[in-house]
Design a protein around this ligand. Structure first.
Ligand code: NDP
Ligand code: OXD
Length: 307
């Protein structure tokens, strides 16, 4: 039996899953069922202890790409396989988000917005795409799409990952030792890194200060990446010109947080790339079939590395 937890779109997901997996018995939270019969769960942000009742659970399919919250739980036994979404329509959305932030900065919309508020008519010097160096932290399913699209638009693009990568028209570097010099050569830093022990506060005071004066930062990966106090200090020193944040250490971002009112910060409420139910279900169904026939699945999480 497959059990679904997605309170906000329960009926839609139930319908799609039943259509894609006609031979499966599918139940939805909070339906009372024989929990021992459940072998597969499809879920996003289930409540504490949600998984404890499923003594025969084999596989969890997450309705998102980031699995940090799943890996922090203590109700998922080690032997349970966790499979996340890979792209499933999110890469295009993430690319649009990155491009929006990039253009806002490069085409000086932040400056013109502020000029408009003061009724100032003052053309700013033009900055071309070819003169705007973009660095993408994270070259996974989402980061590669962003990197290739921006390179195709004429931006000099560098990308950073843990392992060596080779992507046409993108300068690829990897490993911690390479990060410092990369940051020094960056005008717009876009992060789409997962939250892991290694990426926690990776952008601390030391690393953030390596960005050139008047650079921009866009974070759409996870909020744990950033030392938020260090970023605020740097913003208050007017070292960075524009920051676009979609993810935060604490979500929703508390009303008293200084980011809300900082003139150089633009905030979106964790919406950079939404899960598209049709694509998510197609991927989950394909993975269920792959598992049943012994074929490799897409998006199996490596708990050791944390993503
Ligand atoms: P992937 O697992 O496909 O890619 C992760 C990338 O990060 C890989 O290139 C990996 O390197 C790199 N990476 C991980 N740890 C390190 C490290 N310590 N140093 C350098 N590079 C590292 O993930 P996705 O692209 O599918 O998604 C990325 C993240 O985006 C998700 O984990 C989630 O947090 C976030 N997300 C945010 C959304 C939003 O709406 N804001 C929506 C969807 C996802 P390597 O290639 O060497 O393994
Ligand atoms: C995800 C997210 O990881 O929504 O899919 O952040």
């Amino acid at each position: 039996m497959l059990y679904l937890y997605s309170p906000e779109q329960q009926d839609h997901y139930h319908h799609l899953l039943q259509e894609a997996l006609p031979d499966w018995s599918i139940a939805c939270w909070p339906q009372e069922i024989n929990a021992e019969a459940v072998t597969h769960v499809v879920a996003w942000k289930p409540p504490v202890n949600f998984f404890s009742r499923f003594s025969n659970l084999q596989v969890i399919f997450t309705l998102g790409a980031g699995v940090d919250k799943f890996l922090q739980r203590d109700d998922i036994p080690e032997h349970v396989t966790i499979i996340r979404l890979t792209d499933a329509g999110m890469a295009q959305q993430m690319t649009e988000y990155a491009l929006y932030g990039l253009l806002h900065f490069q085409r000086k919309m932040d400056i013109y917005r502020s000029q408009q508020q003061n009724t100032v008519w003052q053309p700013q010097p033009t900055r071309l795409a070819k003169d705007t160096r973009v660095t993408i932290l994270g070259l996974g399913h989402l980061g590669v799409h962003v990197a290739q699209t921006l390179a195709g638009l004429g931006y000099p693009v560098s990308g950073w990952s843990r392992h060596p990568r080779n992507i046409e028209h993108v300068r690829c570097v990897h490993g911690c030792d390479a990060l410092g010099s990369l940051l020094q050569e960056t005008d717009v830093l876009f992060s789409i890194l997962p939250s892991t022990d290694e990426t926690q506060h990776l952008l601390d005071a030391k690393h953030l200060a390596l960005l050139p004066k008047d650079a921009a930062l866009i974070n759409a990966g996870r909020g744990t990446l950033l030392d938020e106090d260090a970023l605020l200090n740097l913003l208050n020193q007017q070292h960075l010109r524009f920051v676009l944040l979609d993810v935060f250490a604490s979500e929703p971002l508390p009303a008293a947080h200084p980011f809300w009112r900082h003139p150089a910060v633009m905030i979106t409420p964790h919406v950079a790339a939404d899960t598209i139910p049709e694509e998510a279900v197609a991927q989950i169904a394909a993975n269920i079939q792959a598992l049943a026939s012994g074929h490799p699945v897409q998006g199996q999480v490596d708990r050791q590395r944390g993503y």
